[in-house]
Design a protein around this ligand. Structure first.
Ligand code: URP
Ligand code: ZN
Ligand code: ZN
Length: 472
């Protein structure tokens, strides 16, 4: 047998095993794993490198409308290019509904934005902002059937926050259709109350963003989301968990047998609230929600990763330029933290940060790294085993890693649309040196080889994790 490509001499790691063998690739899929695989049109020398499943970042925001005068820094081309340089072969952005919009039309609009633009594969979660009867009764079930098998609901943000009644209704549709609900858990009224109070006291600098949404805000909403899910008997994913108290709500629910899953992100491992205390609006670079907390919360998030309370490590990439009137320094944002666009870039730095801080420092194993950054994302969102592993029959989505390469993260190394990285100056050991999408290099030796349009839309199966307890 002759292959299109053989990756030779590398060390393969999956979510369960680490082993040395060659990878034979034909027609974009992994066709053989073994030694002496024979001939191929191209032999890739991976001696001294790790051969890992391409990263899947299942929580990114791309080209989303973000309020009056605010524009996201990434379109689908720049975000997916940045993702590829960061060792990712797939991202799952959101198709965000706004009130009054048809969900079907929203999905069409996001496809139009993405089609022909992407460097890595994409699939869409939905954001449900308008839980009206036509949306929940007809559009949503039809879209789940069409492969949009997960949706996010917000418990905060003007125009997005759902009431408890609406949450219950959305969760019921998820239960009926077998979709997975992702929850942004922060208490909207508490944030508004605290924000008003801070502003009345003249506390408008970016550093007060953290004080406007303290841990109790997140803990309460997490507890409430879990209770609502229990009432409906539906599994949910609590996204971007930032601290111990919210994590413990998830752990407690799991001990009671509920199917509650958790996700955390790089900002909760390596940033703190002190980062939002920069002079001259520098702190705006770190404003995201939930906000980065303190060192104790970082430690808690590590424990959540180590103990499997968090099965996903995603970037929550939500890119705005810093020095730009449509970004963090928008005129209104200078008047109060309330108006600073929420969100930070991170799709390109997610993997190196977890590899270096996690695997490099002995906090997690290499196999746990693969699970947290690729395999679990594929399993959770109905893509496994097509995506997220190195196995015969899977797509040849592969990242080659130099585990010894030392890099200081810097904006000059980034390939996205923002003008800064919140991780500037962080030293990492371990870096993705090549990214292969379905057997074709997108990035090799620091150079872009792929083309916009190489990345394809991938419809998804229903998540095996979304099965309700009562259905077992
Ligand atoms: O601040 C954040 N995280 N912005 C992105 C939107 C979200 O809530 O995930
Ligand atoms: Zn969110
Ligand atoms: Zn997000």
């Amino acid at each position: 047998m002759s292959f299109d490509t053989i990756i030779r001499g590398g060390t393969i790691a999956t979510a369960s095993d680490t082993f040395s063998c060659d990878v034979g690739i034909s027609k974009g899929r992994i066709a053989a794993l073994g030694d002496n695989l024979g001939a191929a049109a191209e032999i890739v020398d991976a001696a001294g490198l790790l051969v890992l499943p391409g990263g899947i970042d299942s929580h990114v925001h791309i080209a989303q409308p973000s309020g009056p005068g605010i524009v996201m820094a990434d379109d689908f081309a720049s975000a997916t290019r940045s993702a590829a340089f960061g060792g990712n072969t797939m991202v799952l952005p959101f198709a965000m509904q706004q009130k009054g919009e048809s969900l079907r039309q929203v999905v069409k609009d996001y496809h139009a934005k993405a089609d022909g633009q992407c460097y890595v594969d994409v699939s869409f979660h939905l954001i449900i902002a308008d839980a009206s009867d036509p949306v929940l009764g007809q559009e949503l079930p039809a879209l789940v059937n069409d492969g949009y098998t997960s949706f996010k609901v917000f418990m905060t943000y003007e125009g997005l926050a759902l009431s408890d009644m609406e949450m219950l209704k959305v969760m019921s549709v998820a239960r009926e259709t077998g979709a997975l609900v992702m929850v942004h858990a922060e208490n909207y009224d508490a944030i508004r109350f605290l924000t008003d109070r801070l502003e009345q006291a003249g506390k408008t600098q970016t550093k007060y963003h953290g004080a406007s949404r303290p841990i109790a805000v997140e803990r309460e909403a997490t507890h409430r989301a879990i209770s609502l899910a229990e009432i409906v008997d539906v599994p949910i994913m609590i996204v971007h968990v930032s601290n111990r108290e919210a994590m413990e709500e998830i752990a407690r629910a799991r001990r009671r047998g509920l199917k509650i899953y958790g996700e955390t992100c790089p900002q909760y491992l390596v940033l703190t609230e002190k980062d939002m205390d920069g002079l001259n609006m520098e702190g705006a670079k770190y404003v995201c929600s939930p906000p980065p907390r303190d060192e104790a919360s970082q430690q808690a998030c590590w424990e959540g990763l180590q103990q499997g309370i968090f099965s996903l490590f995603s970037s929550d990439h939500c890119p705005f330029r810093y020095d730009h009137p449509h970004g963090k320094l928008a005129p209104k944002g200078r008047t109060s933290f309330r108006w600073v666009p929420n969100g930070i870039p991170g799709v390109e730095t997610r993997l190196p940060i977890l590899f270096s801080e996690g695997v490099g420092k002995g906090r997690i194993s290499l196999n746990e790294f693969v699970a947290l950054t690729a395999t679990n994302h594929a399993r959770t969102y109905g893509l496994y085993p097509k995506k997220g592993t190195i196995a015969v029959g899977s797509d040849a989505d592969i990242a080659l890693w130099d585990a010894r390469r030392e890099v200081t993260i810097s904006q000059s190394l980034m390939h996205g649309g923002t003008d800064y990285t919140p991780y500037e100056g962080i030293k990492v050991t371990g870096w993705p040196v090549a990214t292969m999408l379905r057997g074709k290099f997108v990035v090799r030796d620091g150079k872009l080889e792929g083309r916009a349009g190489d990345g394809a839309y991938v419809p998804r199966e229903k998540s095996p994790l979304a099965t309700p307890r009562g259905a077992n």
